[in-house]
Design a protein around this ligand. Structure first.
Ligand code: CP
Length: 336
């Protein structure tokens, strides 16, 4: 698939690993901890590229990357575009709204068309969980899941891990609390896999209707109990969950999900689960405050917390470019 003459070159990463052979990045559950660390180390090299006066390398010159988005996005779409351009790739952006999808073209026909146009990498966001997995079965392009339904958002989790690692170093044993609507959050799910692979202590906290069915509060699940998830701790009380946390990650409250009979009202949610200064004081001093965005001002985070020195929300966005460069570089330049 790779054109050696015009395809990816590999001079930008100091420590090249021979171990990356994957054509797809669909979620972090399929990656080993070594592969996750390779991605994060490669992102570090990409950060150096981005700090140069001319932040570009020709590593993917001659490669076409297509961003195909069936859902709105600001951060993910823009950072994939910037990442591809920084690597010298050609980039095409397609949104479902402005494509032949509106005329009834199926997902697979759209993908076949993109492949026939010569694209080598497909970055896909879709409202349907599993869509990138289906596509990966029917194309020779490298496929990156840029968020599918409630299921997974692996590049968001990678940039979250990268941001944590830059501040904390090794993540083994670090207490990371994820707060909010866990049930509907692809960001939470991918983070659970990634954080667990790197040995972090993951605590999930939210109102019971926003925890997956059958998860009992205040106890660990997964791992040895045979549930197909890494071992995580569940808490419904925020104060208790935050005790000693080194990272506090608030999730976006998806207003469209707040309609079930058991769902809390917005006012109730803010009262019980908003991260404000008092609650944050239970975490370790200097604990990182994170959010995948877009933030609902004054809902998940008190404004003073969102804009505090502890907040790394803007840094997460910035790091998304280097992380997505690493993803594109490794997928497009993999050994056949
Ligand atoms: N975090 C995230 O996926 O944001 P966008 O929807 O703006 O891409």
């Amino acid at each position: 698939m790779r054109n050696e003459a015009a395809g990816p070159r590999r001079p930008v990463v100091a420590q090249e690993s021979p171990t990356w052979h994957r054509r797809y990045l669909l979620d972090l559950d399929e990656l080993t901890s070594q592969e996750i660390l390779l991605l994060l180390d490669t992102a570090e090299a990409m950060r150096e590229v981005l700090s140069r006066e001319v932040p570009r390398v020709p590593a993917l010159r001659g490669v076409t990357v297509v961003n195909l988005f069936y859902e709105p996005s600001t951060r993910t779409r823009a950072s994939f575009e910037l990442a591809a351009k920084a690597l010298g790739a050609d980039v095409v952006n397609i949104t479902a709204e402005q494509s032949s999808v509106k005329k009834g073209e199926s997902l697979l026909d759209t993908v076949r068309t993109i492949e026939a146009l010569g694209a080598k990498v497909l970055v896909l966001r879709h409202w349907q969980s599993g869509a990138p997995y289906l596509v990966a079965r029917y194309t020779r392009m490298a496929v990156v899941n840029a968020g599918d339904g409630w299921h997974a958002h692996p590049t968001q989790a990678l940039l979250d891990l990268y941001t944590m690692r830059r501040h904390l170093g090794e993540l083994k044993g670090r207490k990371v609390v994820i707060v909010g609507d866990i049930l509907h959050s692809r960001v939470a799910r991918s983070n659970i896999w990634g954080l667990s692979a790197l040995g972090a202590h993951v605590v999930l906290c939210g109102p019971p209707p926003f925890l997956p069915a059958g998860w009992r509060p205040n106890e660990g699940i997964g791992g040895s109990e045979g549930i197909d998830l890494p071992r995580v701790q569940i808490e419904t009380g925020l104060d208790q969950a935050l005790e000693g946390a080194e990272v506090v990650m608030a999730l976006r409250l998806q207003r469209e999900r707040m309609q079930g009979a058991m769902a809390p009202s917005m006012r109730e949610y803010v009262r019980l689960y908003q991260i404000d200064e008092r609650r944050l004081s239970r975490a370790k001093p200097g604990a990182l405050v994170m959010h995948p965005g877009p933030v609902n001002e004054g809902i998940e985070l008190a404004p003073a917390v969102a804009r505090s020195a502890q907040s790394v929300i803007d840094e997460q966005v910035t790091n998304g470019v280097a992380v997505r460069m690493a993803v594109l570089y490794l997928l497009a330049g993999r050994e056949e």
